[in-house]
Design a protein around this ligand. Sequence first.
Ligand code: GLC
Length: 746
Amino acid sequence: MKYLQFIGLASVVFLIHAFKLEDTFQKTAPAKPIEERVDSVMKLMTIEDKIGQMTLFTSDWAVTGPTLREGYRDDIKAGKVGAIFNAHTAAYNRELQRIAVEETRLGIPLLFGYDVIHGYKTIFPVPLGESASWDLEAMEKSARIAAIEAAAAGLHWTFAPMVDIARDPRWGRICEGAGEDTYLGARIAEARVKGFQGDDLSKDNTLIACAKHYAAYGAAQAGRDYHSVDISERVLRETYLPPFMAAQKAGVRTFMTSFNELFGVPASGSRFLLTDVLRDEWGFDGFVVTDYTSINEMVYHGIVANDKDAAELSLNAGVDMDMQGATYYNYLLQLVREGRISVTRVNESVRRILRIKFELGLFDDPYRYSDTEREKARVFAPEHLEAARDIARKSIVLLRNEKNTLPLSKQIRTLAVVGPLAANQRELIGSWSGAGDYKQSVSLLDGIKTKLGAGVKVLHTEGCAITGQDKTGFKNALALAKTAEAIVVAVGESADMSGEAASRSDITLPGVQEELVKALVATGKPVVVVLMNGRPLAIPWLAENAPALLETWFLGTQAGHAIADVLFGDYNPSGKLTVTFPRNVGQVPIFYNAKNTGRPMDPQNKYTSKYLDVPNTPQFPFGFGLSYSKFEYANLKTDRSVFNTDSSPLKVTCTVRNLGPYDGEEVVQLYVKDRVGSVTRPVRELKGFQKIFLKNGESKTLTFTLTADDLKFYNRDMIWTAEPGMFDLYVGADSNAPLTTSVELR
Ligand code: GLC
């Protein structure tokens, strides 16, 4: 009897193994087209297996949202979760992957996601900072390096780029995007998607990217995070959707829904956004993941009564994967059995998810991204640190430089480096710095000391904290200032004052920092104010009185070296603001491409659009940034004064000269004004830019092209079209560029 039992048991074990082998074989047959390989896996799946693939849980390695749950390892083992986020390193993810591949019935590999927003270990400037470089190549390279390091650490998927247009500096997440302009935001979205995804997702150094937060999250009322969004469909389509469309055209493989409602429906339940626009209009074939428990939060929104109804609404709207909400995990099976959702719809989502796992090569080699030796070799590679320093330099915006205070001389004998952010390392890597190690960051103080060497006396004291009213440190700061030839003072925000759930109603410098700067300026010595912040700040006094003012954002691992390069003239600053700096929060929202109104401001006429207590103009406009050199713009011309909707592109040329005294880069910007439209049109819109390098004294004639497509907008009938008429063109150094010419579109 025992023998027969043995034979019976052995044959069962053999069958299971064969079954899996057969199954594995199907999955790993590289010759077959992906769709067939997806079919071969789906045929083996139960409805429970399918629901597992539509479930994303966080590991307990990081907390990026309001809930955490125990037992995600057990869920993996039970085949009830198809993706894990906030887990990383090659070793750890290999262990979790082993459970999925070797301890579950089907062995479907896990997808590992993480917020690799501006670097994995080598941290780059926060995205708003990087965007100020206007260097698309450098931003693509930054994302590329982030992917190389993250993919070496067991990751397949980054929840980036964040492509939300933001016009309200009270909103902390303005830090994570590319500023206020749609055209620039779309170009940067393309660059970042290409950087993360590279040219082959199955390579071991690429990540799938995620366009987030879809959509219009940046339009949160009053700049208060997670607040309602109430905009017209025209504003949605003209201002907020184009960067998402650009990401989709660049081949982004996933979208993430936003927390906010739009047109009265939360994005995670919006069929208009997730199916009508994303699938039917744009033809997106990747998958849609929700933001953190945003399905459950539809109960708070008051659009569903409970999580089960929320799961039904989301699935039928077009959500493929539930991040951390466990609503698909808990209710999808019941909903299928009750006929409230169809298996066909479930299969659609599972197919989208499996397709991407095949594209990543996970079925060919589930452990491809978990090689500890490769991880050691790639993380913090010297060329990565150099690239981080390069884009950090390029992200710095020179806002003021009276009497050529900057660049400072390297022959200086005594320099005072003051302020709560001067020696700080933690804040430098900003918000969403994921696995970044701030102890590897180069502080401003260290960057300056390295630059100047041991022969120069560099004195340091904080002077005050970032927050609080304690001024007892001023005395020591002033004492150091007295003995120094010049003073560098670093002030701003802490990293957690921007990013998620970090809106501020008061966007001035926190604490007593401005008073410290005033006291230092009062010494009459040359004072360079270095700002470190994640949003535009209201700094009217600094803007009018600081001898020199540098906007350095949070520049990441190489911050200190990058700022020192600019301070001492080894790099001529070239950054330009991608978001308007208001004079005070009362002006907000304020952005350059606003409408003219029927009563444009006229100082001679009371009854025009203005404030009693502040000008309409911002402190610093979109596109603004100084250089150590002066650039001259001339000879703005077009190759014809009339062009047609079907004619060849209009050529716009302009000569730019570097009047010196330094070699330098300039971001030459092209703006267009549609004088008359069937609906009111912005006073100007960015339609092109070129970042150029000119040696001292050198000039270059640039050519931009414009087509009728570039002039399209949603007309009175919401039709995307270009209308004949007169257009004013402006080319210059910022959104107030005066040099102009005009053309007629017929
Ligand atoms: C957060 C953020 C989102 C992030 C996600 C995962 O709530 O809104 O940007 O990617 O959760 O951490």
